[in-house]
Ligand binder design. Structure first.
Ligand code: KIV
Ligand code: ZN
Length: 389
């Protein structure tokens, strides 16, 4: 039986860009959008057209260029914002309006200064207005993670009646924990009429480092769209990292009831592109895309991986776009990895005795340096091989 599809909605160009210091030009957004399309992302949220003329132009350019992904524009629940977003996504082969309004008591009272009833009317009106201009409308309840469940049920039921086809439940401030968030999704799906006619989407922020865990828990509870960003870029501590969501689902097909259509071999290229355009480095130990994600330093691990890679690897480096895994030589490395690297470098060692002496010298050097590079090995071995006077 074929599995249901998990829709990957990338918001690197919108929420990712809201990361302080990460703003992008139109050309930069276009380059990233092309890479996202190559990676077979289902929906690319290209920006917030009402935010500035520059962002309007960028969303429009992405809409004109991208053919294989849906292009979404974000807008508040105001006619003016929605009209601007409609204009920006108009050239898209497949376009979407993503409109939102806050639904938590603190946002409604302190930020919007609106009563829940007025918020409900504004949401209904926004979805109706958007649906007059386009067939694909997503509605988000901002700060849904801290909203009252009964009120969420009322407002979501109302916007579904107006024609919203994707309902997004953002954990805007990253406050939820996995079980609680999954339960929220389950309850909404159970309580709202026609809930099986819409796609349930999740959008998690990483303030407690739980964005990926919360998103995946929600997928187990029936969410079929995950909103995420490359390298987890985004407001404050960021959004759920696309690469982690996708690889968790692909690697653990034994537990997930769905699959994405992402070409995972494009992940590292996308990560490097976003990092170089924004100037945000990727930490070395970052899952999937960090330089050390497939590197082994300790002798025990290196020996294991050389005997069978699955002893210490649950994914193949090549499957996410790295050339290969890496055995890094350092003070914890063993003789097996040392010997294997010399062989790779074409350095022939004439006897076991020379190898033993060289390995001792290698360990002495490794105590003084974080990492031993190939050049260090060439230098070390040329000293070992020099015949004594
Ligand atoms: O975090 C959030 O609530 C958002 C919405 C606008 C979807 O980014
Ligand atoms: Zn967000």
């Amino acid at each position: 039986m074929s599995k249901e599809q998990l829709i990957i909605f990338d918001t690197t160009l919108r929420d990712g860009e809201q990361s302080p210091g990460a703003s992008m030009t139109k050309e930069e957004k276009l380059r990233i959008a092309r890479q996202l399309e190559r990676m077979r992302v289902d929906v690319i949220e290209a920006g917030f057209p009402a935010a500035s003329n520059g962002d309007f132009e960028a969303v429009r350019a992405v809409a004109e260029t991208i053919k294989d992904s849906t292009v979404a524009g974000l807008c508040r629940a105001f006619d003016k914002d929605i009209a601007r977003a409609l204009e920006a996504v108009k050239p898209a082969k497949s376009g979407r309006i993503h409109t939102f309004i806050a639904t938590s008591p603190i946002h409604m009272e302190k930020k919007l200064r609106m009563s829940p009833d007025d918020v409900l009317v504004a949401a209904q009106h926004a979805v109706r207005f958007a649906r007059n201009g386009i067939g694909d409308v997503e509605f988000s309840c901002e700060d849904a993670g801290r909203s009252d469940l009964d009120f969420l049920c009322r407002i979501i039921e109302a916007v579904i009646k107006e024609g919203a086809s994707t309902i997004n439940i953002p954990d805007t401030v990253g406050y939820n924990v996995p079980e609680q968030y999954a339960e929220r999704i389950r309850q909404l799906r159970e309580r709202i009429p026609n809930s099986d006619k819409v796609v349930w989407s999740v959008h998690c922020h990483n303030d407690l480092g739980l964005a990926v865990a919360n998103s995946l828990a929600a997928v187990m509870a029936g969410a079929r769209q995950v909103e995420c960003t490359i390298n987890g870029l985004g407001e404050r501590a960021g959004n759920a990292a696309l690469e982690e969501i996708v690889m968790a689902v692909h690697t653990r097909q034994d537990v997930f009831p769905c699959i994405t259509r992402i070409d995972t071999t494009q992940i590292v290229a996308a990560s490097k592109m976003v990092s170089s355009i924004t100037g945000f480095p990727v930490q070395p130990n970052k899952a999937i895309v960090g330089a050390n994600a497939f590197a082994h330093e300790s002798g025990i691990h290196q020996d294991g991986v050389l005997k069978h890679r699955e002893t210490y690897e649950i994914m193949r480096a090549e499957d996410v776009g790295w050339n290969a895994n890496k055995l890094v030589l350092g003070k914890h490395s063993g003789r097996t990895a040392f010997k294997a690297r010399l062989k790779e470098l074409g350095i022939e060692v004439e006897s076991e005795q020379v190898l033993n002496v060289a390995f001792t010298h290698f360990k002495e050097l490794a105590d003084k340096k974080h990492e031993i590079f190939d050049e260090d090995l060439h230098a070390l071995m040329s000293d070992e091989m020099v015949p004594p006077d």
